[in-house]
Design a binder for this molecule. Structure first.
Ligand code: FES
Ligand code: FES
Length: 167
């Protein structure tokens, strides 16, 4: 057993865990944050995607001990304090980017990371960026549309605030 201390969605969580405990199990079983799903546990499906120090990782391939002292963001941490959904969450809702929803937290986190690195991706770049995430229901079209809509809503919001700042 080792003591690990992670900051998850801004809150520090310290616990004794077995050395083999995966980050995804720490999040679900210790932190009680169950939006992050376990699908394949072999790095193939992306259902467990979270942000580790701002970068997307598959939390089934990271040990909780490897995340010791680091910042983790899960789907639960994306909304603002007043409960307003993030641009990516809103875009999924508005573009019907899900059916059963099992893959959705992973896609939302992967797209959040993708748009941080590339705020105005092409459709091809979105599709390439989501290659590590699998959806068994939607056929991907609406997920890609949601990513593009989130990109355009955040670029509109930042150009509006830049224009307002220049008033
Ligand atoms: S559960 Fe982690 S990639 Fe599938
Ligand atoms: S919405 Fe069902 S697996 Fe993606």
């Amino acid at each position: 057993m080792s003591k690990v201390s992670l900051t998850v969605n801004g809150k520090e969580i310290t616990a004794d865990v077995e050395d083999r405990t995966l980050l995804v199990h720490f999040l679900r079983d210790v932190a009680d944050l169950t939006a992050t799903n376990v699908g394949c546990e072999t790095t193939s499906c992306g259902a467990c995607t979270v942000l580790l120090d701002g970068e997307s990782v598959k939390s089934c391939t990271v040990l909780a001990a490897q995340a010791d002292g680091r910042q983790v963001t899960t789907l639960e941490g994306l909304a603002s304090e007043n409960g307003e959904m993030s641009a990516v969450q809103k875009a999924f809702h508005e573009n019907h980017g899900l059916q059963c929803g099992f893959c959705t937290p992973g896609f939302v986190m992967a797209i959040t990371s993708l748009l941080k690195e590339n705020p105005s991706p092409t459709e091809a770049e979105v599709r390439a960026g989501l290659e590590g995430n699998i959806c068994r229901c939607t056929g991907y079209h609406n997920i890609v549309q949601a990513a593009l809509a989130a990109a355009s809503s955040t670029s509109t919001a930042s150009s509006t605030s830049a224009a307002e700042a220049g008033k």
